[in-house]
Design a protein around this ligand. Sequence first.
Ligand code: SF4
Length: 509
Amino acid sequence: MRDSADATDSLDAASLEKEADFLRWDDEPDRPREACGVFGIYAPGEDVARVTYFGLYALQHRGQESAGIATSDGVHLALRRQMGLVAQAFTEDDLANLRGYIAIGHTRYSTTGSSRIENAQPFLLDSSLGAFALGHNGNLTNTLTLRDRLLREGETLATTSDSEIIARMIAISPGATFAEKLQHVMPQLQGAYSLVLLTPTELIGVRDPHGVRPLTIGRVQEHWVIASESCAIETVGGEAVRDVAPGEVVVVRGDGHGGLTSYVGNAETLPAACLFEYIYFARPDSSIGGRSLYLARQRMGAQLAAEFPVDADVVIGVPDSATPAAAGYAAARGLPYADGLIKNRYIGRTFIQPDQRLRQLGVKMKFNALGAVLNGKRVVMVDDSIVRGTTIRPLVKLLRDAGASEVHLGITSPPFRWPCYLGLDVARRHELIAARLPNAEAIAREVGVDSLHYLTLDGLIAAIDLPRETFCSGCFTGVYPMPVQMELADRLMLEQEQKLEQVASASIS
Ligand code: SF4
């Protein structure tokens, strides 16, 4: 694991891509990747850096490339950020040096800007109101426009991250308070942003007007905490109170109002929550929009059973994320559920070469098929998504090698046909198996199953049990809740832009 800025000084796009692959080649090679997790706490008298560390630990699934914590003692801000997992990024000494009573933290997976230490968060900036730190989960869709505007105004951008663009805009915006600054900046931002901000005396949470990424407010004893997911609040001994509303700014400070004040950051709200948070990304022990994700996933399995009633002997799920849905399918069909695939949870990030052959070997190293459960059986395997198809194909082969007589595949999402521009790393469109192949029959042939069914969008929405118009379904339909700059499909775009600018200025001088 590289851990210093000098490892990526070259802006050569190919080498940056290679490094990004190095870092993202972990144990789930064909899953969509979440962008980031954020956490914040305002708790006088508590070791807020340590609480934030464990909050980030619970959000590790949302980003594994870098982690950071910033604290305030009421006057000074301190920051520590490092490449790697939360457990690798901080030592006891680091936590001891992060003093204060307010903290924010961030775990990162890069969707805009490559994986390197300068892009790790929180960012620490100066502003007209003094220093502040910011952590961002999501992706802006008008990054290029905002970046050009900042550069024209004479601002210097130190990183290639859209999160820095938000931070710079806040830094230079007018406003007598940070809440006023945010009210000025939010109408200019398009895209997905769930933010935590730390000022010398405040903890601030912000959610974009579409509420694409989750953000939850909770209590730990009498203190306020803000986190990407409710599971992180419960992990540190707290209780979730409510979601931050789309377009809302919540400010925690020690000046009365029970400590928490709500502002309208952008009144033009049009909720478009990410469906994939419900299907796969968020932890099953979290709740979003008042819905338990574990129960929603069970209902997705039941809905799949209604749409895809296969005659089978046993139902298995691809561990661990599809387990609740597989149990829901089995219960709805009155079929036995079993663990047909055993996952090696410790193989972690062993393989670092991202070529196709090793990706397929990686699946074998990761899963073992249980012949005692599968031999001679007609199997329904439930999974939550197929991206490229590179994981599912070798999994099907494992089942057949273990003696399964038939393999039927049920997917608890509609076909993934379009990229995500809102904070998820999926794949480029030509890599998506459902965009490459014309229908489910062709995909079934390619991945080697006897039959295949994708849960319909109607079935998915019915399982979540919230109004359809409150969701984004861009990766299934190609219709996004906001305009997107298609160039953002390449998350290394900003490096390439920066390189072109460097070449241009070198040739002028
Ligand atoms: S495009 Fe898909 S993955 Fe991206 S925010 Fe919308 S629903 Fe979520």
